[in-house]
Write a protein that binds this ligand. Sequence first.
Ligand code: SF4
Ligand code: SF4
Length: 203
Amino acid sequence: MNFRINYLKVLVEQIHSTTIATIGSDGYPQTRIIDMMLYDENGIYFITAKGKTFYEQLMQQKFVALSATKDKMSISLRGRIKNIGTEKLNEIFETNTYMQKIYPDDTRSAIEVFCLYEAQGEYFDISSPSHIVRDTIVIGTPAIQKRGYYVGSGCIGCKLCYSVCPQKCIDILQKPVVIDQNHCLHCGRCAEVCPKQIIEKRG
Ligand code: SF4
Ligand code: SF4
């Protein structure tokens, strides 16, 4: 299964509405709700009107961060965007028919399409609270930043890290012990108690 496509499908078809951040002219972050309209192997597509401040910021900054949540699962992405003009606009209106009422007839000419084409982010699911799931999402070929906690060399197998881990997501049958990245909360409790101070935070 292609997990990346799967997560983009979840974002577009199940969650749909996201909070997108750009930087305002005052230098501080600004957010607004933007629907994710389409996805394909090239990325994820959203639209805005050319008269909006958001449009100007997208054209200048060419970078966004977005987050969205539904039913205890969330997706966050940050990365590069590009304006593709009216390419895919008709397809977006056919797929998302409510847009035909917001911008009836030829008023859709006010709108242009943007593609998030190079991004890194995360899927996070707490629907099973004592067994959370997280995964990395990658669009395109960004410089990948590893995040989370990793066990370095010198582990003495004392299992103290496991004893304080809220998710019990550390494999203590191995030495050095191994953190299961897909179930780790990034809470840092293991790193605090390790007597050898070999649990490293990345990202
Ligand atoms: S960071 Fe938290 S959840 Fe992750 S392994 Fe350490 S204690 Fe467990
Ligand atoms: S607390 Fe540190 S030394 Fe002890 S098992 Fe965990 S990683 Fe190894």
